[in-house]
Design a protein around this ligand. Structure first.
Ligand code: ATP
Ligand code: MN
Length: 159
C-alpha cells in the first residue's frame, strides 16, 4: 500500500498487523498500541488466540480432552471478540482467529500464511512469572519470526 505524504508516494511498511492474545492485561496493552499503529498506517489487524494443545492434553482426569478444548476455545473466542469490540470505535478492520496448537508455532505460521508484516504482543501473559524478562511465547516468537515483533509491557511488569 502507498500513502501520499508531502505530495510523495511513500510505501507503507505495515499493511497487516497481527496481535496474538491470551486476554491478559499485557496483551490488552499491546492491542492499544496495535490499533493506534493500524490507524496511522491504514493497516488491517488480525487477532489470533491459540488454544494451547498442551493444556488440552494435560487437563484434569475427570474432564474429557474434548470438554477442555471446547471451554478453552470458547474463552479464546471471547478474547478475540473483545479486541474486535475495542476496534469498533476505530476505522480499523479486524479479523479474529482461533487456532489450536503450540502458541508460538501457530503465531509464526499464521504470520507467514497471512502475509503479516508486524506482530504486536505483550512481554508477559496470563501464566508466567514477571521476574522473567519475557514470557516464553513472546521469547520464541521473537526468535523465530521473520517479521518485526513489537513487545509491549505494562506498568506492573518487573523491571
Ligand atoms: P509463560 O507462558 O512463559 O509462562 P507468560 O504467560 O507471562 O509466561 P507469554 O505466554 O509469553 O507470557 O505471553 C506473552 C504474550 O504472548 C501475551 O501478552 C500475548 O500477546 C501472547 N500470547 C501468550 N499466549 C498466547 C496464546 N495462547 N495465544 C495467542 N497469544 C498468546
Ligand atoms: Mn503464557
Amino acid at each position: 500500500m502507498y500513502k501520499i505524504v508531502d505530495d510523495e508516494y511513500l510505501r507503507c511498511m505495515y499493511d497487516r498487523i497481527l496481535i496474538p492474545t491470551d486476554g491478559s492485561e499485557c496483551a490488552d496493552e499491546a492491542v492499544t498500541h496495535a490499533l493506534d499503529l493500524a490507524t496511522q498506517y491504514d493497516a488491517d489487524v488480525h487477532v489470533l488466540s491459540v488454544v494451547d494443545a498442551r493444556d488440552v492434553s494435560h487437563g484434569a482426569p475427570a474432564i474429557s480432552p474434548a470438554q477442555v478444548e471446547s471451554t478453552l476455545r470458547e474463552n479464546a473466542h471471547e478474547v478475540t471478540d473483545a479486541v474486535a469490540d475495542r476496534a469498533a470505535d476505530t476505522e480499523v478492520d479486524v479479523t479474529p482467529a482461533v487456532e489450536a496448537g503450540i502458541p508460538d508455532d501457530s503465531i509464526v505460521t499464521y504470520a507467514e500464511e497471512h502475509d503479516i508484516d508486524l506482530i504486536v504482543m505483550g512481554t508477559h501473559g496470563r501464566t508466567g512469572l514477571e521476574r522473567y524478562l519475557l514470557g516464553s511465547v513472546t521469547e520464541r516468537t521473537v526468535r523465530r519470526s521473520s517479521v518485526p515483533v513489537l513487545t509491549v509491557r505494562t506498568d506492573t511488569d518487573a523491571t
